[in-house]
Design a protein around this ligand. Structure first.
Ligand code: 7PM
Length: 283
């Protein structure tokens, strides 16, 4: 896979730092007073070892108010521009399901598209990736943000088989749109229409998604599955559980870990990657 002109083989798993420029994200909403301040936070993440910075301008929290494309662009573009003035190397990902936002972000200096809808909301977003060669994240979500957590249910085949079917279908759509298969990343979408049990089944069975021969992205940072398992009601108290989940994901084959706490997650991921490496060498 090529990101920003550089080859990534993910032999060493990558940490994707989360940079939310939203007033209402569940953990880090409304923290930056200006685009410069947000860009500085991104530069700090790069310094802490983030291989990619994921910039988002609209909360995907169930019940969150959609910002609208104009507002979303107004939030993210100045941050991408400010970041790019100071760092020409670190890949930037745009967290959006809107084709117009993705196009504007790629033009302003972003390098990949993280689309929680997998192209189901605005199919034209896939063309933006195809035209630029930008990597494209296919994330699984059951339905849409407004309803996804209302008693999520999967077929008798089970959640892993259902998500594999989803990946097959969305991957075919992406390839039809002109995205090269080497530029696709798959993500089971922790928390997006999943019970606690579902999330932990996915974490345990992540390795099964390696059959698509695409890097797997896992995003569990400070999510409610961590709160449920660790008894941490507030997202602010979920760092240590998030590090444990990141390590397990890497042990089970994840290549990219999306996280708020870059320095801490880099250490957890490197440790788990070493364990996985020596485990492979053993057999
Ligand atoms: C409510 C639900 C609030 C979800 C916040 C979130 C992912 C993502 C997000 C993920 C990819 C959060 C999420 N999660 N993109 N965007 N994978 N690819 O915790 O798991 O940041 S938003």
């Amino acid at each position: 896979m090529i990101i920003r002109g550089k080859a990534f083989d993910f032999d060493a798993p990558a940490v994707m730092g989360i940079l939310n420029v939203t007033p209402d994200s569940f953990f880090d909403g409304g923290v930056y007073k200006s685009a410069e301040e947000a860009a500085e936070a991104g530069l700090k993440m790069a310094g802490d070892g983030a291989a990619i910075i994921d910039i988002g301008g609209e909360s995907s929290r169930p019940g969150a108010k959609p910002a609208g494309q104009e507002e979303e662009i107004f939030r993210v573009i100045p941050v991408i521009e400010a970041f790019r003035k100071k760092d020409r190397e670190t890949p930037l990902s745009i967290d959006t399901y809107r084709a117009g936002t993705a196009e504007a972000a790629l033009k302003a200096g972003a390098d990949m598209i993280n689309d929680i809808s997998a192209g189901r909301f605005e199919p034209q977003i896939m063309e933006a990736a195809a035209l630029t060669g930008a990597p494209y994240v296919i994330m699984h979500m059951l339905g849409e943000p407004a309803t996804m957590q209302k008693s999520p249910a999967y077929s008798a085949k089970g959640i892993v088989a259902d998500i594999k079917d989803f990946f097959r279908e969305r991957r075919a759509a992406a390839i039809s749109a002109g995205i090269k298969k080497e530029q696709l990343i798959l993500d089971p979408g922790f928390g997006f229409g999943k019970s606690v049990k579902d999330n932990f089944e996915l974490l345990n069975r992540l390795e099964e998604f390696l059959e698509f021969e695409a890097p797997i992205l896992a995003g569990m940072s400070r999510k409610s599955m961590i709160g449920s398992a660790a008894g941490a009601d507030s997202p602010a108290d979920r760092l240590f559980g998030s590090l444990a989940a990141a390590a397990i994901a890497v042990m089970n084959g994840a290549s990219i870990i999306r996280a708020h706490d870059v320095k801490e997650t880099v250490q957890a991921v490197k440790t788990a990657a070493a364990a996985r490496h020596y485990k492979k060498a053993e057999r």
